[in-house]
Design a protein around this ligand. Structure first.
Ligand code: ADP
Ligand code: MG
Length: 154
């Protein structure tokens, strides 16, 4: 599907407000693709009101949302070795009422959960204000609100 920034944010709000937890969303795509825009929108939808800084240097931020939901936003762009995942508490993620949003999930290849959504964003040539959004279901994650159509990736 092709989404404007406003549409992407609306979809993110809906995911944040409605998705069943725990859920893991891998956000793929090059720099500037809109991964952080979508992650922030999900956090807003989950009821997080304060500032949402980019986890570029901290790699991980955790927020308390509404009704006990927690949003964990990671950006693994600067991950150098998988051992750094353990320092982040990676193995304890994705339990309880967590929405886990991971930018650059490919940096954690081999350590990704079996059940997840991979959302791939790209900028179509010559159209800088929209994004091509491809959604791939891996394993058996909870239903993704606002997106009934999905492709299987093995
Ligand atoms: N349709 C769109 N969806 C998401 N972002 C868009 C869109 N059109 C333009 N943008 C802009 O693209 C940039 C995406 O930045 P960001 O989300 O930080 O990228 P990433 O985290 O993938 O590196 C923002 O400046 C945003 O305003
Ligand atoms: Mg980003």
């Amino acid at each position: 599907m092709i989404l404007t920034e406003e549409e992407l944010i609306q979809w993110g709000h809906r995911i944040g407000a409605e998705v069943e937890t725990p859920v893991f969303l891998g956000l793929r795509g090059p720099l500037g693709a809109g991964k952080s825009v979508l992650a922030r929108a999900v956090a807003r939808g989950a009821g997080i009101a304060g500032p949402l800084p980019s986890p570029t240097f901290n790699l991980l931020f955790r927020y308390e949302g509404e009704g006990g939901v927690e949003v964990v936003h990671l950006d693994l762009y600067r991950l150098r070795q998988p051992e750094e995942l353990w320092e982040l508490g990676w193995e304890e993620l994705g339990v309880g009422q967590e929405i886990v949003l991971v930018e650059w999930p490919e940096r954690a290849a081999g350590h990704l959960p079996e059940d997840r959504w991979d959302i791939e964003l790209s900028v179509p040539r010559g159209e800088p204000s929209v994004r091509v959004v491809e959604v791939h279901r891996v394993g058996a994650p909870p239903h993704l609100p606002g997106f009934p159509v999905s492709l299987e990736r093995s």
